[in-house]
Design a protein around this ligand. Structure first.
Ligand code: PMP
Length: 360
């Protein structure tokens, strides 16, 4: 649909399409990389308490308590942390703040598809750099004769939807290749076995690391994301945020987020449980003839040499299991399967085995 009311930018916008959030319950939901475990009981208690305390008042526009909790967790000062309504909002502000340079932004050809959507929203040209045939990222491909000819670099580490992690030494090489451009490392999935670049922030003024509480902290429903960087990059993000929405985090999110960082034991235990499930899931998929990319995330990316992935996704859905299929070049033979509990993984594998057995 279009209308003469649409601005030229809106006419051209190609929005992101999130994975299905089904209205029916008791599906095995392995399609949007949520955590299969609920948040820490301390988070629920904190939100319940906050709900009884002053919801008629605006929240703290600076979300100071949560910024302090995050800074303490990473061993940083508060001025190195920026908060947003989910990391998608943090990413959007970062694209606006750093990449509208009238030059192309480098990113892997296979990556989080929202990056290109932000480019469309803010008039940024995306310059995609192909991953190798085995889906690994080769940092040398990001070298430019003149680094100032690009707007910057964005990538997810571990990458999405491949799950493949990049060693920190490679991130450092990227930062050194583009010292005058922001290198945005989206670490949405880093807590499931990846190497975080947050420790490099003191060394590299061009590094922006983005995290979310949606995955490893089981809080996709609360919408909290954050960025860590040196003070000037945080100041730029604050300027954008304060020109857009003074209160991106509500009172419940601030209270719940603080409590999530207070329960380190629960965080470690649930991340470990997801990683343990992942190991079994990979082996079971391989037993069924799938090729599975090495994952450091809470999902696996797998293809079957003889089976059509879209058909498998549809067949699984008919059996009550949701997984994600992307109808995109290079990856349309893959399924992305979020790691569930052991029980959910078993249900998925059973449905898949039945489906494969029923195929001609
Ligand atoms: N980055 C990546 C790589 C993701 O896969 C996602 C989840 N779709 C996000 C960021 C956004 O997560 P959220 O907005 O829930 O923090």
């Amino acid at each position: 649909m279009t209308s003469h009311f649409f601005s030229p930018v809106v006419q051209r916008l190609v929005p992101y399409i999130p994975g299905e959030q089904p209205k029916i319950s008791n599906l095995v939901k392995l399609n949007t990389n949520e955590n299969p475990y609920p948040p820490s009981p301390r988070v629920i208690a904190a939100i319940t308490h906050a709900a009884q305390q002053g919801l008629q008042l605006y929240p703290d526009p600076e979300s100071t308590a949560l910024r302090q909790a995050i800074a303490a967790h990473h061993g940083l000062a508060e001025k190195h942390v920026f908060l947003g309504n989910g990391s998608d909002e943090v990413l959007a502000h970062a694209f606006f703040a750093f990449f509208q340079q009238g030059r192309p932004l480098l990113m892997p050809d296979i990556s989080y598809s929202f990056y290109k959507v932000y480019c469309g929203l803010y008039g940024i040209t995306a310059q995609t750099v192909p991953l190798a045939d085995d889906m690994h990222l080769n940092v040398a491909d990001y070298a430019q004769a003149d680094s100032l000819s690009v707007a910057g670099v964005v990538m997810a580490n571990p990458n999405a939807p491949t799950g493949i992690g990049l060693p920190l030494a490679d991130i450092e090489r990227l930062l050194q290749m583009h010292p005058h451009r922001v290198v945005l490392v989206d670490e949405a999935y880093v807590d499931f076995g990846g190497q975080s670049a947050v420790g490099l922030i003191g060394i590299y003024p061009n590094l922006l690391v983005v995290h979310t509480l949606s995955k490893s902290r089981s809080l996709a429903g609360l919408r909290i994301g954050y960025a860590c960087a040196q003070a000037p990059l945080i100041e730029a993000l604050e300027r954008v945020k304060n020109s857009f929405n003074s209160y991106p985090l509500d009172r419940l999110a601030i209270a719940g987020g603080v409590a999530a960082f207070e329960d380190q034991a629960y965080f470690e235990q649930t991340c470990q449980a997801v990683m343990d499930s992942r190991e079994g899931l990979v082996l079971a998929l391989e037993d069924l003839g799938f090729v599975v990319l090495p994952s450091q995330a809470n999902f696996v990316f797998a293809r079957h040499p003889q089976q059509d992935a879209a058909g498998l996704a549809a067949g699984l859905r008919a059996r009550g299991v949701l997984v994600r299929h992307f109808k995109l070049p290079r990856i349309d033979s893959y399924l992305r399967i979020s790691v569930g509990t052991l029980e959910q993984c078993d249900q998925f594998i059973q449905a898949l085995a039945e489906l494969l057995a029923s195929q001609p």
